[in-house]
Design a protein around this ligand. Structure first.
Ligand code: HEC
Ligand code: HEC
Ligand code: HEC
Ligand code: HEC
Length: 185
């Protein structure tokens, strides 16, 4: 029969129209109100981000209360490493200008682990570029200084300005260096 073939086309057409209507309504209902104000972007996302509590601060914010540590940090080689990298996020320590909790202060072997996280020559994946960062082998570095391998990095390096003590010692004992600056035996 000829008639039947037309009804099934009509039904298919109705189903397609229904799907189209659902898509159009769905789009209206589901698109956030602020979408499109600045192009293909949800404008409200900016306010959402601004409302999130701050976790990190700047080194300058630490300086307000830790003048002494910050003064060494800002004149030494570690001025490029932020306070929070080694100590953890400001949000756990200060809120509205008041101390609310403690930050991490590494002790003992943890100090060596912290330093070697960036200065370990044994990590092959790292670019070995002296101009970017100086690397040392552990414990060879300590053997070279003729000390036991259980020495901690901060026994010779001021953590906040790592060459400070070393420069001081060089000035006090210039006779321990030869013309090229190498240690004499
Ligand atoms: C390269 C890692 C590193 C950076 C960067 C760093 N610190 Fe430290 N800091 C340490 C370590 C390790 C100690 C503990 C060992 C020591 O003092 O010799 C310490 C100790 C301290 C202490 C003393 C804690 C105590 O024992 O009471 C304070 C305060 C401090 N740092 C603040 C800062 C501030 C402020 C900055 C930034 C201006 C900063 N630190 C940057 C590693 C770092
Ligand atoms: C409002 C002042 C203030 C600011 C800002 C501040 N600190 Fe402190 N911080 C203190 C005081 C006070 C202590 C001593 C707390 C104690 O002994 O109970 C301290 C202690 C510390 C200690 C020793 C461990 C501890 O938590 O007791 C470290 C490390 C430290 N601060 C690092 C930082 C760093 C890094 C920043 C910046 C992200 C910072 N501080 C910002 C006041 C401040
Ligand atoms: C987040 C990575 C990081 C950590 C952790 C770190 N350092 Fe450094 N350190 C650096 C960078 C980067 C430089 C080089 C800065 C430059 O040359 O401008 C540097 C420089 C130095 C230098 C000077 C090298 C030279 O002759 O120029 C010494 C020494 C040093 N660090 C020792 C330490 C010690 C000791 C610790 C542990 C308390 C430590 N570092 C932790 C990144 C780090
Ligand atoms: C006994 C003292 C002593 C200890 C402990 C020590 N260092 Fe050093 N470090 C020195 C001296 C001195 C220098 C200066 C360069 C030299 O003579 O090798 C130096 C230089 C460095 C340099 C720069 C290397 C270069 O190529 O110029 C880095 C990085 C360093 N130390 C990291 C560390 C780390 C990380 C630790 C802990 C695992 C550590 N140091 C422990 C004395 C020490």
């Amino acid at each position: 029969m000829q008639v039947g073939s037309k009804t099934h086309l009509k039904r298919m057409g109705l189903v397609l129209v229904a799907i189209l209507a659902l898509v159009v309504i769905g789009r209206i209902v589901l698109t956030p109100g602020t979408f499109g104000r600045y192009g293909h972007y949800r404008a409200g996302a900016i306010d959402d981000e601004l409302a999130r509590p701050l976790v990190h601060e700047t080194d300058a914010s630490c300086k307000e209360c830790h003048e002494w540590d910050a003064s060494y940090h800002s004149k030494g080689k570690h001025k490029v490493v932020s306070c929070e990298f080694c100590h953890g996020p400001a949000a756990t320590h200060v809120k509205d200008g008041k101390v609310i909790g403690h930050l991490e202060v590494q002790k003992g072997g943890d100090i060596n682990r912290l330093c070697l996280r960036c200065h370990n020559k044994a990590v092959k994946a790292r670019p070995h570029n002296e101009k970017v960062i100086k690397l040392v082998l552990y414990p060879d570095h300590l053997k070279k200084q003729e000390v036991e391998p259980d020495h901690l990095c901060n026994q010779c390096h001021l953590v906040h300005a790592p060459l400070e003590y070393i420069k001081m010692a060089d000035k006090m004992f210039p006779m321990l260096k030869d013309k090229e600056g190498k240690n004499v035996q």
